[in-house]
Design a protein around this ligand. Structure first.
Ligand code: OAD
Length: 249
């Protein structure tokens, strides 16, 4: 189905969106897939089809082989720099302009929501385009790397990507803001996420408990599917623009 054809957007959802005062959206790597950024678990194209995350996205892996981990992230950073926001990102930025309260919560580290014009993005898992000192945990502006990984200009420790690795805790302020938005909104979208990684995967259920209408936009079934009020099965880059078009014309 081409994006141009009007996808079947339920009339009741359009009315709910028109009347919504507080919206929240949780996105995962599926929203960036159409920008050419690999997802995690899609077997044929997912990042992990080729790499074992335990070998790369953990503090232990960085301790064991900082050069390998750093270079894997440099490869991912290059992918992200060459990627552009897709119509799914742009539709979410449009929704933010249309409703009085909109909170975008993402598990993605690619910064594409911000490049699409979304503001106040809550990055639960950090941002791959930022670098921090692995000891002082403070952001270090990109310096010309003389080594791989480069070292902190302040203390000499290796620099690392400012992302959450397996076994690490999420930024507390981000998680608190995300939970507050989920439990107080009246319409919650879960877009392009397999819903397998906690605590992000609990946010749509917090929204349900808070009385929100929950919409899943995803290619495949997830643990949320059976609980969602609406399931729009398709590509985010097609479904979200169709939803915006059906609601605001
Ligand atoms: P996954 O790869 O687990 O899930 C991507 C989901 O997006 C799948 O359910 C796909 O069906 C769906 N999908 C793929 N292309 C899509 C498209 N064009 N439109 C809509 N849906 C599409 O990625 P995440 O759920 O984001 O965490 O993974 C969550 C976390 O797991 C990541 O943030 C990462 C990983 O551990 C950390 O690295 C801490």
């Amino acid at each position: 189905m081409s994006g141009a054809e009007a996808l079947p957007i339920p009339r009741a959802l359009v009315e709910t969106l028109r009347g919504a005062r507080a919206l929240a959206a949780l996105t995962g790597s599926g929203v960036s897939a159409e920008s050419g950024v690999p997802t995690f678990r899609d077997a044929q194209t997912g990042l992990w089809a080729r790499y074992d995350p335990a070998d790369l996205a953990t503090p232990e892996a960085f301790e064991r082989d900082p050069k390998l981990v750093w270079e894997w992230y440099e490869w991912r950073r290059k992918l992200v720099r060459e990627a552009a926001p897709n119509p799914g990102h742009l539709a979410l930025a449009e929704l933010e302009r249309r409703v009085s309260r909109f909170t975008l919560i993402t598990q993605n580290v690619d910064g594409l929501h911000q490049r699409a014009g979304s503001g106040g993005v809550i990055e639960l898992h950090g941002n791959i385009t930022h670098t921090k000192c692995s000891v002082e945990d403070v952001i270090v502006e990109d310096s010309a790397p003389e080594s791989s990984p480069p070292v902190c200009p302040n203390c000499g420790a290796p620099l690392r990507p400012d992302v959450v690795w397996f076994g690490e805790t999420l930024p507390a302020h981000a998680l608190r803001a995300a939970s507050e938005a989920a439990s107080s909104c009246d319409l919650f979208f879960s877009v392009g996420t397999s819903g397998l990684v906690q605590p992000a995967a609990s946010l749509p259920f917090e929204a349900l408990r808070g009385g929100a209408t929950v919409v899943e936009v995803n290619l495949d079934e997830t643990p949320l599917t059976r609980s969602a009020d609406y399931v729009l099965r398709g590509r985010a880059g097609e479904v979200l623009p169709a939803l915006v078009e059906a609601t605001y014309g």
